[in-house]
Design a protein around this ligand. Structure first.
Ligand code: UDP
Length: 287
């Protein structure tokens, strides 16, 4: 990674005081586990990342006169009572549940960003990122797309939580990165919060069926208990991003899924896979 002359990688936990020799122009804060399995593994660390970590980065932005972009989340909206979710919606979040470390942590991060903007003049921009997927996801991080693809490639049953009727809107990673860069470089006065996500809403069961169609065998689908506070719907209203950033996701779910599946089939993050390929399959639902 350090081979590019203009690139320098520094491994550092943002919870800890930052080195004093940093002089950034722009700070993209993407730090924080984003999959429920990962952020719930050490919830206190998750809260500290979102609060102490963001505080440290905002202090850096403030003293260096740098712009900062915070990767916020659709989890701000919790289990939404408004659908689709517009940025003006304040959300429906459980403050004491198993998802709270992430949801409330990210909400507090938005508060810190807003207050540093108001009181310290920091150009602090907030992107509310909806579910994002693509090649490069950790195969074992527990999120729906990577988990189902991994299960399909290993000829395991796809584990649908609940009855699979809950929905998500999945954005391909390339689209998301373009949106983040556009927001960072947009006019100083446009700070969000702004939703970034794909508006193509799909149920979890349909995600499983689409991935089944790519598998060369016939994956079963098994139904497991729905985790607590799992949002029932999620779909972004992206009018604000369209208007201010001229941003629109361009990769349809079918295409993004095909690219992601093909990548996992080729690499599976180094895991040894049985012979596999992409081909049609009849899926088999099992309760
Ligand atoms: N999900 C599932 N099976 C899995 C992993 C996830 O049915 O093996 C469901 C999960 O309950 C949720 C949706 O897929 O309703 C998206 O989960 P993910 O962890 O990807 O992200 P979330 O939006 O919940 O943060």
């Amino acid at each position: 990674m350090n081979e590019h002359p203009n690139f320098n990688a520094l491994k550092h936990d943002i919870i800890d005081p930052l080195p004093s020799n940093l002089h950034p122009d722009q700070i993209y804060n993407l730090a924080c586990a984003a999959s429920p399995r990962r952020y719930q593994a050490d919830p206190i660390h998750t809260v500290r990342t979102c609060v102490q970590g963001v505080f440290n980065l905002l202090e850096l932005a403030s003293t260096r006169n740098a712009r900062i972009l915070q990767a916020s989340t659709s989890e701000i909206y919790g289990d939404p009572k408004e659908h689709p979710q517009h940025e003006s919606y304040h959300g429906n979040v459980n403050p004491v549940g198993i998802r709270s470390c992430y949801d409330e942590g990210k909400r507090c991060a938005e508060t810190l960003m807003s207050d540093y903007g108001r009181t310290r003049g920091v150009t602090a921009k907030i992107a509310r990122i909806f579910n994002t997927y693509g090649p490069g996801m950790a195969v074992d991080d527990g999120r729906v797309v990577s988990t189902f693809i991994d299960q399909a490639l290993r000829a395991k049953a796809l584990t649908v939580y609940g009855d699979g009727s809950q929905t998500r809107s999945l954005c391909y990673v390339d689209d998301m990165i373009k949106g983040l860069i556009l927001l960072m470089n947009s006019v100083d006065t446009f700070r969000g919060p702004v939703n970034l996500g794909n508006t193509q809403e799909i149920s979890v069961l349909d995600i499983a069926l689409r991935i089944s169609e790519l598998a060369p065998h016939e994956p079963k689908i098994v139904f497991k208990p729905l985790p607590a506070d799992d949002p029932t719907v999620r779909c972004p209203d992206i009018a604000l991003a369209r208007r201010h950033l001229d941003w629109n996701p361009t990769v349809q779910f079918e295409e993004g899924l095909r690219l992601t599946y093909a990548h996992f089939a080729r690499t599976a993050n180094g895991r040894q896979l049985p012979e596999s390929g992409i081909g049609p399959a009849n899926s088999h639902i099992e309760k």
